[in-house]
Design a protein around this ligand. Structure first.
Ligand code: IVH
Length: 684
């Protein structure tokens, strides 16, 4: 087979597998197999760039950096829909539709298509000759931003249409969104990196589409449902036919749509979905009703802002009114203060709500919150209760405005606010209990030092017994001084008394777990320290570059900034942390306890000469080996290990989560990219 044929076949196969996996939710091959095929294609494309398809599946990994998005004019304006919240208005709309259709025509009864109103970000996708050529945000409806590079990373947006029966040019409208699952995953990452969580999936989807680095967009797993097809010379008669065609061409269509023969059936659909929608994988906020036949749509036309042939019925977001009892303030592990509204318990969407987040000082100001106000609470995105407004008519005369605190509620330290951040911080890192315990909690986390058996309650006991005040104290704990410690506390939600205690087995296990943690590799130790902005990925980058804590401690601010992918904010945070007396002391005690502060250099001596004369580099994480082991194997089998991707590099061994920038650079330089499996094969 010629290389061109091979590339064509692999490209088609990967487009097909991608569609099966992401759109149809069925995996035809294992992830490993998929990655292998993708690498194979990438290697062929490197060797024969002239045969690479412009919308190759290898484009999905991202790697393009856009400084400024171009503004482009929409070929057809992106209109909005008129909204209604009531049954009566919906029936009135149906009357208007019926009146608008020619009374004497044979076919003047409207059919309706009901769809969910997805709560995401509208997008316009242009396909030319079956290939995605442009993706544009809604913008002001007339012109939007060209976000093609970012849209290409969304796996449910086809890069190449399936089949052949599509017109030369089509425009597809759809909604880009986060599933609840991807949104939770993103927020878990934020938490692990010590960053505040994103509040709402829609705004986060919108922000993500405008990120400059498309590799980050790729990593966040956005999704897209398509719901409209626009063609200059329409080839279909109905919206229903269009949806079916879009599905056939490979677009992701929500299976929730339904054809209704009259407005009563529409009303039934709306009622059916009011509860059912809560089980959908994404946020929705209503139903969009569209007249099915294009001839009817044409006849009805549009007003200046919205088409007459469609309407959005919006569900009232469940809300309740209740009394604000007091505002309390939580202190996070980084010292950030979050105000919380404590409410008179109220039933909302099947659960009792007692608290709602107020986000930050600006939000209290924006709401103009007063003591004992009656507030409207809603479930924002159906999960976290949020205060959306105040019934000022119920405000008692002389009620005081809620004033944000200016000292820490736990340790009374004056709060400070950093430039360009909304949160106020307590800077008393070492003397403020929630910060102390929050930092230790982060340190023992499964992804950090992996010390099992130290939940919030147990940490509290150790702290109250003056056994721990910072992470280094963990290594001074002994079986004798923890065995038998206990505490009885009242569960806030149930009001019941509970006991937490260090019994024989738990005490033994904990001491063993602490000891075992001294073997945890340096990159995880660095992450465990909880330095602001130093998450798991940044830690790994720092360790790869600097190799040891000594080198990081000795680095100047400039040197830190110059390390690959370490920005100014991160560099400054590390530099300051390392120059704080308490941290210096903690570090020296952790060193004395035997923790790993040097990058593991696994030495495997002279295995063979099978790789003699070639240069290699490994990136990402692997199934059978650690990266250090792969690197050791590279050298032990005679190859030269390079420190970065350059024109001198022959092979890049790419594992899971391989750095997109490395892959991109390697691709550009024509370096052969191989998988862990290929690497093992080379040694056989
Ligand atoms: S059709 C002429 N269908 O709602 C308008 N829009 O207010 C054509 N939306 O900007 C839009 N789900 O972002 C349509 N199934 C759906 C939708 C939907 C959500 C959004 C879309 C649009 C806004 C209109």
């Amino acid at each position: 087979m010629s290389p061109k044929e091979e590339i064509d076949i692999l490209t088609a196969k990967l487009h097909h597998l991608n569609h099966a996996y992401y759109v149809l939710d069925s995996s035809e091959v294992s992830d490993y197999e998929f990655d292998k095929l993708l690498l194979e294609l990438q290697n062929l494309e490197n060797k024969y760039p002239q045969y690479k398809h412009s919308n190759s599946p290898t484009e999905r990994v991202g790697g393009t950096v856009t400084k400024n998005f171009d503004t482009v004019l929409h070929k057809r304006p992106m209109l909005s829909l008129s909204n209604t919240y009531s049954m009566q208005e919906l029936y009135e709309w149906d009357e208007r539709v019926k009146k608008g259709l020619m009374p004497l025509a044979v076919d003047n009864t409207p059919e309706y298509i009901c769809e969910q109103k997805f709560d995401g970000v509208a997008i316009s996708l242009i396909y030319q000759n079956g290939k995605l050529s442009k993706a544009i945000t809604r913008g002001d409806g007339t012109k939007g931003d060209d976000i093609t590079a970012n849209a290409k990373t969304i796996k449910t947006i086809p890069l190449q249409l399936k089949g052949t029966d599509w017109p030369d040019e089509i425009e597809v409208r759809g909604e880009v969104f986060f599933t609840w699952q991807s949104f939770d995953k993103l927020n878990k990452m934020q938490d692990e990196n010590g960053e505040p969580p994103y509040a709402n999936p829609r705004n986060t989807a919108s922000g993500t589409l405008k990120l400059q680095d498309s590799a980050i967009v790729a990593s966040r797993n956005l999704d897209c449902y398509s719901y409209n097809l626009l063609i200059d010379n329409q080839i279909f008669n109905t919206h229903e036919e269009s949806i079916n065609a879009l599905q056939k061409w490979g677009f992701h269509i929500s299976p929730t749509w339904k054809k209704c023969n009259n407005i009563d059936e529409v009303w039934q659909y709306i009622n059916d979905w009011e509860q059912k929608r809560k089980h959908l994988p994404l946020a929705t906020d209503g139903v969009v009703i569209k007249v099915n036949k294009y001839a009817h749509q044409q006849e009805l036309g549009m007003t200046a802002k919205s088409p007459r042939w469609a309407i959005a019925y919006k569900y009232k977001s469940e809300s309740a009114i209740t009394e604000l009892q007091k505002v309390t303030y939580q202190v996070g592990r980084t010292g950030a203060i979050t105000p919380v509204a404590n409410l008179k318990p109220v039933l909302l969407g099947g659960t009792v709500v007692k608290r709602a987040t107020l986000h930050n000082a600006d939000e209290i100001q924006r709401l103009d919150l007063h003591e004992n106000d009656y507030v409207f609470v809603e479930k924002a995105g159906e999960i976290i209760p949020k205060i959306t407004g105040i019934d000022t008519s119920k405000r008692s005369i002389g009620a005081n405005k809620i004033q944000f605190i200016n000292t820490c509620p736990q340790c009374s330290t004056p709060l400070v606010r950093h430039a360009d951040e909304a949160a106020w911080y307590c800077m008393n890192e070492t003397g403020c209990q929630p910060q102390i315990l929050g930092k230790i909690e982060h340190f023992v986390h499964r992804k950090a030092m992996d010390i099992d058996g130290l939940g919030e309650g147990k940490l509290q006991i150790l702290y109250e017994n003056k056994l721990i005040n910072n992470v280094s104290d963990l290594y001074a704990l002994t079986y004798e001084n923890i065995f038998g410690l206990k505490k009885i506390y009242t569960d806030e939600d149930t009001g019941k008394n509970k006991e937490i205690s260090f019994q024989q087995k738990t005490s033994q296990n904990l001491i063993v777990a602490i000891q075992k943690s001294t073997l945890i590799p340096f990159e995880r130790v660095l992450f465990a320290l909880g330095i602001k902005y130093v998450g798991a990925t940044v830690s790994e980058k720092l360790v790869t570059y600097f190799k040891s804590m000594d080198n990081i401690q000795n680095a100047t601010l400039e040197e830190l900034k110059n390390a690959p992918e370490i920005g100014e904010k991160i560099a400054e945070s590390i530099y300051q942390w390392l120059r704080n007396d308490t941290n210096i002391e903690i570090l020296s005690r952790l060193r004395a306890a035997g923790l790993q502060f040097v990058k593991e250099e696994t030495q495997i001596l002279n295995e063979s000469n099978k790789l003699a004369g070639i240069t290699m580099l490994a990136t990402g994480t692997f199934e059978h080996f650690s990266r250090e082991q792969i690197e050791a194997k590279i050298e032990a089998n005679g190859a030269r290990l390079l420190s970065g991707v350059s024109a001198k590099l022959n092979y890049l061994v790419a594992g899971n989560d391989a750095g997109p920038s490395k892959l991109e650079k390697a691709t550009k330089l024509g370096v052969t990219i191989i998988s862990e499996h290929d690497f093992i094969k080379m040694l056989e």
